[in-house]
Design a protein around this ligand. Structure first.
Ligand SMILES: [Zn+2]
Length: 285
C-alpha cells in the first residue's frame, strides 16, 4: 500500500511572539507554517498543527496517509472523544470524518521525539523559523484557553485591588514555600505573628487604642516586635539562649522568620523564646 507521510510540529516560547506550528507533507516536500495567538495553550497549538495537516494535505482519494505527531496528549484525547472534549480535539475529529471520504486510510502515529530523524526535523525547523518570521497570526483562540485567560484577568484585577488597599502588607522577607509542617494551633499563631510582625507589642496596641503608651515597660523604648526579639534588655538572657540554640551570634529578624517548621530544633528554640515573653499570654488560644 502506498502511504503519504505527514508530520506536525509546534514551537512555543514564553514570549509575546505566540506559538508557531508547522505541518509537513514529507512525501511531496511541502510545508505549511502558522502562528497562533500567544493566549492559546501548547495543547491547542499541537492540535491545530494536526488539524491543518489533515485539512490541507489529505486530498487524494486513492492514497493512504500516515500522520506523525509528538503530542501524546492530543492523540490520547482523540481516542475517547465526547461532547466535553477540548474544542480542538472535536475539530480534529470532524476533520478526520471529512478526510476519510477523500482518502483510502488515515493513521495517526505518535512519534516520541523528532531528534535524529532528519526529514521529520524539517517540521521542527519550519516551526522555529515561523516563530521569528512575519507570518500572520492565525485569528483563533480556543474557548478553553479564552476562559482561562478571563479567569486569570479577573483574579489579577482582584489581587491588584487588594494590593491597593490600606490593609495590604507585603511580606517580602518570607520564603515563597507551600510546604510546611503544621504545629499545634497556639504555636502556629505565635510563629505566624512573629513572621508578620504582628505580635501584640505595646506599639501595636497603642495604635488601636488598647494601650496608653507605645513604650516598653522595662526599658522605655518603643515596644515593637523587633524590640522584643532583638533589643529589649529585659529579654537578654532569653535572647542569648536562643542565639546559642540557633548557633548564631547576632540574631536577625528576617532570618529567624525564614526558619522552616521542618527544622524542629530551631523552630522549638524560637517558640521557647516566644512562650517565655509575657506578651505571648495575650494571644488568644
Ligand atoms: Zn524593652
Amino acid at each position: 500500500m502506498e502511504f503519504i507521510y505527514l508530520d506536525c510540529y509546534t514551537y512555543a516560547s514564553k514570549g509575546e511572539e505566540g506559538i508557531s506550528l508547522a505541518a509537513l507533507n514529507i512525501t511531496y516536500n511541502r510545508t505549511l507554517t502558522l502562528k497562533l495567538h500567544p493566549k492559546n495553550s501548547v495543547f491547542t497549538a499541537e492540535g491545530c498543527a494536526i488539524l491543518i495537516a489533515i485539512e490541507r494535505f489529505i486530498q487524494e482519494e486513492d492514497k493512504s496517509y500516515i500522520l506523525c505527531s509528538d503530542s501524546l496528549s492530543v492523540l490520547k484525547s482523540l481516542e475517547s472523544l465526547h461532547r466535553k472534549s477540548p474544542t480542538i480535539s472535536l475539530q480534529i475529529g470532524s476533520a478526520i470524518i471529512r478526510a476519510i471520504l477523500r482518502s483510502k486510510a488515515i493513521k495517526l502515529v505518535w512519534v516520541p521525539a523528532h531528534v535524529g530523524i532528519t526529514i521529520i526535523e524539517q517540521a521542527d525547523e519550519a516551526a522555529r523559523a515561523a516563530h521569528t518570521s512575519e507570518v500572520n497570526i492565525y485569528p483563533c483562540i480556543s474557548t478553553e484557553d479564552l476562559r482561562k485567560v478571563i479567569f486569570r484577568v479577573q483574579a489579577d484585577q482582584g489581587r491588584i485591588q487588594w494590593e491597593s488597599t490600606k490593609y495590604f502588607r507585603s511580606f517580602k522577607h518570607l520564603p515563597k514555600t507551600t510546604k510546611t509542617q503544621l504545629l499545634p494551633r497556639r504555636r502556629e499563631i505565635l510563629l505566624t505573628r512573629l513572621r508578620t510582625r504582628s505580635l501584640p507589642a505595646k506599639a501595636i496596641l497603642f495604635k488601636v487604642g488598647l494601650e496608653s503608651s507605645p513604650l516598653c515597660r522595662q526599658c522605655g523604648i518603643v515596644d515593637s516586635n523587633d524590640h522584643i526579639l532583638l533589643t529589649c534588655i529585659f529579654f537578654e538572657q532569653l535572647r542569648n539562649n536562643l542565639g546559642a540554640s540557633l548557633g548564631s551570634g547576632a540574631l536577625h529578624y528576617n532570618w529567624i522568620c525564614t526558619i522552616s517548621t521542618y527544622n524542629q530544633r530551631a523552630c522549638s528554640a524560637v517558640l521557647h523564646f516566644l512562650l517565655q515573653v509575657p506578651i505571648s499570654f495575650k494571644i488568644a488560644t
